[in-house]
Design a binder for this molecule. Structure first.
Ligand code: F6P
Length: 365
């Protein structure tokens, strides 16, 4: 096996807390344990296309563990296999510029590329591996927690804490004003943030994409509570939730992103319907990108550090085309292809759904 002398690392897709902890662990493990150099690719795959690469020494990663975001920058566009120049008009053809990206790898003498990102980033990494034989190791990141090959992605725990804190804050104002408070959380097409923050925050109603809801059932629950002296209710809704037979609420389309759909706005729809149908004053809050910002939780710092360390070990051991992930209490590798084959969603019969129902939560289904 060829001796590895230099690793490249990029962070792709939407940012999340813990990215810097991965970068720090990769640089420290590579330099201290293996005497391997590291360079950082700036702004995700855009850095490979535009040759934006910088060396990463120990001093560069000192002090970044508790910092949110990513010192390397990120982008959820710039797929080298389907690239459109910035400013090119609608209708312009996508181009395959993967050869340019490979030239940057070659020029910088990168032996293995560590790709830290969600499904979009890992699908591209796998394509480089399968089509061009580029040695890659994936590290699973996303607040949505929707990747297979790991029990949990880093970033999720911090987002869950932020969402739960927000629900707690809305609880007291809902109670004082005898209102229905609808809070919309992120998660794309997966309901993990809504389910877990709803369970942790005592949501009376939780609406998730995996269980299409009926607004009548949501209103019945709210009326029942009012009839039992609870004149306020908390509704936690995932941005990807939709009514039975209905549509997702789309906020915008982002050209050139791996998934161009940006969800958002379902909370307003639910709050208006609830107010109209129950006569109880309702308000909504869309938590948005707050869920992705700030310092990572201790859990995420530890998980991200473990992922970074094991990504270097996997690189040195030649486990190319795989992604590190948490399985039980251990970090293991899974072929990236398997990890991205289907998204990880809340399954029917999930234990947390059962528990939430048992403590009186309505899923509107
Ligand atoms: O995948 C992370 C995520 O925050 C999703 O929860 C959300 O739907 C999306 O990214 C928002 O993307 P953007 O940052 O492009 O608005």
């Amino acid at each position: 096996m060829k001796k590895i002398r230099k690793l490249g690392i990029l962070t792709g897709g939407g940012d999340c807390p813990g990215l810097n902890a991965v970068i720090r662990a990769v640089v420290n493990t590579a330099c201290r344990d293996y005497g391997v150099e590291v360079c950082g690719i700036l702004d995700g795959y855009a850095g490979l296309i535009h040759k934006n690469v910088r060396p990463l020494a120990l001093a560069d990663v000192s002090g970044i563990l508790p910092r949110g975001g990513t010192i390397l920058g990120t982008s959820n566009r710039d797929n080298p296999f389907m690239y459109t120049e910035p400013g090119e008009g609608a209708g312009k053809e996508h181009r395959d510029v993967s050869a340019l990206a490979l030239k940057t790898i070659e020029y910088n003498e990168i032996d293995v590329l560590i790709t830290v990102g969600g499904d979009g980033t890992q699908i591209i990494a796998d394509r480089f591996f399968e089509k061009h034989g580029l040695p890659v190791i994936g590290v699973p990141k996303t607040i949505d927690n929707d990747l297979n090959g790991t029990d949990i992605t880093f970033g999720f725990d911090t987002a869950l804490n932020i969402a739960t804190t927000a629900i707690d804050k809305l609880h007291s104002t809902a109670e004082s004003h005898h209102r229905v408070m609808v809070i919309e959380v992120m998660g794309r097409y997966a309901g993990w943030i809504a389910l877990e923050s709803g369970l942790a925050g005592g949501g009376d109603v939780i609406l998730i994409p995996e269980l299409p809801y009926r607004i009548e059932k949501v209103c019945d629950k709210i009326r029942d509570r009012a009839a039992n002296g609870k004149r306020f209710s908390l509704v936690v809704v995932a941005e990807g939730a939709k009514p039975e037979g209905g549509q997702l609420v789309v906020a915008r389309q982002v050209k050139d992103a791996t998934d161009p759909i940006r969800l958002g706005g379902i909370a307003a729809k639910v709050a208006n319907q609830v107010e109209d149908m129950t006569g109880i004053e309702s308000r909504y809050t869309i938590l948005g990108h707050v869920q992705r910002g700030g310092s990572p939780s201790p859990y995420d710092r530890i998980l991200a550090s473990r992922f970074g360390y094991h990504a270097v070990v996997a690189a040195v051991e030649g486990k190319f085309g795989t992604m590190v992930g948490l399985r039980g209490t251990e970090i293991k590798t899974t072929p990236i292809k398997e990890a991205v084959a289907v998204p990880r969603r809340v399954e029917a019969g999930n234990d947390m759904v059962k528990v939430a129902k048992a403590v009186g939560t309505c899923f509107g289904a």
